[in-house]
Design a protein around this ligand. Structure first.
Ligand code: TYD
Ligand code: MG
Length: 452
C-alpha cells in the first residue's frame, strides 16, 4: 500500500519545499507556500467500481460526437432550475456561495426535501437535530432525503458507497477535512484536495454534487480562486439580510446561460419562489406620494419593475449629503450634475437620499430616468401620476438614451397595468397595438415639462 505523501509548493512560482516556510526563497513572496498531495493512498479516497473503470479516451471527429440532449435532473424548484439552465446535469459540480445567514442551507435543504431522487445532505455545520427542526418547518414529510453530519471526506465516501444517492449536497466545502493533508479544515490545500476528490466522485458516478461555499468580506468565495475553475457552475445567493428578498445568480455555468436569475422570498416556512417579482417589489400605496418613481428594468433575462424612492431636503451642513441604497453613488452624483446643468435645478444646497425598495441592487442603466424623475418629484413635492413608469438611460448632455430590450420592458409594464411608459425617442419599438401609452422623449426638458 502506497503511503500518502505531501509536499509544500509556492503558489506563485511553483517551487517545492519539504516543509512550510513563510517566504518563498526563490521568488521572495510571503505566505504563498501551501501543502499539496503528491502521492495518494488510493484505498481511502473515492473508489470507482471496476465496471465503470475509466477507459483511455480516444479522439473523435467533431461530427462523430453525438449531441443528444443533456439529461437534466429536475430539482422541483422552478427558480433553481432556471438559473441552472434547466436542472442539474449528471456528474456536475455546483458551487453555491453567499454571505452567512443569507439562506444557503435553507435553500439546499428545501430542494433536498422536495426532490423525487434519493438525496444525501451532508452537513458539517449543524447537527442532525438542528437540521430536523428546520426541515419540520419547511417540508416535514420526505422519504428520499438522508442527513449525514460528517466532515471527514473519506467517511463521507464510505456512506455514499453504502447509500448510493442520486444527488449529494455538501454544506460546506470549508468544513471538509481530508486525511491526506494535515492542515486545518478550510485551508487552501484542504479545500482543493476535498474538491478534487468530489469531482472525481461526481464524474465517475455521474452524480451531481452541490457544494456550499462561504464568501469572504469582499464578496469572493473563500478559499483558492482555483475552486471556481474546478467546478462546473458557480451560483451566488445574495440579498439584504434585513429584507426578505433573495436573488440567485449564476456567475459561471458550463451548461447554460449566466444571464438567468432566480428570486426568492424568505418566509417562516422556508424560501418561497417568486414567480412574478414585479408585483412584490412595487408597494401598493393608495395615496400619491412624491419622490417615488417606477423603473422598468431587465435583470438577467427577466423584465422587472422596481420602485425608486428619493428624498431631497435642504442641506443642514455645508457639504450636502448624498446617499444611495441599491444604486451606484457615483452614478447618482453624475445624474445630479446633469440635472443641475441641463434642467436648472439648484441641487448643490440639497441633501439627496435614494433608495431602491426591496433591498435589491440594480446596475441596469435603464433606471436612470426613473431616478431623475424620483428626485425631481421629491424636490418639487409633486407626485408622479399613477400608472407611469420609465425605461431610459440618461447621458451627460442630458439626452435620453435608448436601452436594450425595450419591447420586453413595455410588455411587462403593460401586463402590470401601467398606462404610460417613458422611453427614448431613439429606441426602435417593434410593438404594435399596445394599450399602454409609449411616451417618446429625447431631452430631460421634455420629461420635466411632460411630468410637472
Ligand atoms: P441559513 O440557511 O442558515 O443561512 P446560511 O446557510 O446561508 O448561513 O439561513 C438562516 C436564516 O434564514 C436565519 O436568519 C433564519 C432564516 N430563516 C427563515 O426566515 N425562515 C425559515 O424557514 C428558515 C429555515 C430560516
Ligand atoms: Mg449554513
Amino acid at each position: 500500500m502506497a503511503k500518502t505523501k505531501t509536499a509544500f509548493f509556492c503558489q506563485n512560482c511553483g517551487s517545492q519545499y519539504p516543509k512550510w516556510i513563510g517566504q518563498c526563497s526563490s521568488c521572495k513572496q510571503w505566505n504563498t507556500i501551501v501543502e499539496e498531495v503528491v502521492q495518494k493512498d488510493e484505498k481511502k479516497g473515492w473508489k470507482s467500481s471496476s465496471s465503470s473503470a475509466k477507459k483511455a479516451a480516444t479522439p473523435l471527429r467533431i461530427s462523430e460526437i453525438t449531441n443528444e440532449k443533456e439529461t437534466r435532473l429536475d430539482t422541483q424548484d422552478q427558480e433553481f432550475n432556471r438559473v441552472l439552465g434547466g436542472g442539474l446535469v449528471p456528474g456536475s459540480l455546483t458551487l453555491l456561495g453567499g454571505e452567512p445567514g443569507i439562506g444557503k442551507s435553507t435553500l439546499l435543504l428545501q430542494i433536498a426535501l422536495k426532490l423525487a431522487y434519493k438525496t444525501l445532505y451532508v452537513s458539517g455545520e449543524e447537527s442532525q437535530k438542528q437540521i430536523k427542526m428546520r426541515a419540520d418547518r419547511i417540508h416535514p414529510n420526505s422519504e428520499n432525503c438522508f442527513i449525514l453530519t460528517e466532515t471527514k471526506t473519506q467517511n463521507i465516501f464510505q456512506q455514499i458507497a453504502a447509500l448510493e444517492p442520486d444527488i449529494v449536497v455538501i454544506d460546506s466545502i470549508q468544513t471538509l477535512h481530508t486525511d491526506y493533508i494535515e492542515s486545518a479544515a478550510g485551508s487552501i490545500s484542504q479545500i482543493r484536495e476535498s474538491t478534487a476528490e468530489l469531482i472525481k466522485f461526481a464524474k465517475e458516478s455521474s452524480t451531481p454534487v452541490i457544494l456550499v461555499g462561504h464568501i469572504t468580506k469582499d464578496g469572493t468565495i473563500a478559499g483558492p480562486k482555483i475552486l471556481e475553475h474546478m467546478v462546473d457552475t458557480v451560483l451566488q445567493f445574495e440579498g439584504d439580510r434585513n429584507y426578505v428578498y433573495r436573488i440567485l445568480r449564476s456567475l459561471k455555468n458550463r451548461f447554460g446561460s449566466t444571464a438567468e436569475l432566480g428570486i426568492y422570498e424568505m418566509q417562516g416556512s422556508g424560501l418561497r419562489e417568486v414567480n412574478n417579482p414585479s408585483e412584490v417589489l412595487i408597494s401598493k400605496n393608495e395615496e400619491d406620494l412624491s419622490g417615488t418613481a417606477i423603473a422598468a428594468t431587465v435583470e438577467g433575462m427577466r423584465p422587472l419593475l422596481i420602485e425608486i424612492q428619493a428624498l431631497v431636503s435642504t442641506a443642514v451642513y455645508g457639504t450636502p449629503q448624498r446617499s444611495a441604497t441599491g444604486f451606484n453613488a457615483k452614478r447618482l452624483n453624475m445624474l445630479l450634475a446633469v440635472l443641475e446643468k441641463r434642467a436648472g435645478f439648484k441641487l448643490a444646497a440639497k441633501d439627496v437620499f435614494l433608495n431602491i425598495t426591496g433591498g435589491i441592487s440594480v446596475d441596469d442603466p435603464a433606471i436612470d430616468l426613473a431616478v431623475l424623475a424620483a428626485i425631481l418629484s421629491s424636490n418639487a413635492d409633486i407626485p408622479i401620476e399613477k400608472g407611469t413608469c420609465f425605461a431610459a438611460e440618461v447621458g451627460l448632455a442630458g439626452e435620453i438614451r435608448p436601452v436594450q430590450r425595450v419591447d420586453q420592458r413595455i410588455l411587462e409594464a403593460e401586463k402590470l397595468g401601467f398606462t404610460k411608459i417613458y422611453v427614448s425617442k431613439s429606441n426602435k419599438i417593434g410593438l404594435k397595438n399596445t394599450s399602454i401609452q409609449v411616451q417618446l422623449v429625447s431631452k430631460i426638458e421634455d420629461v420635466v415639462s411632460s411630468l410637472f
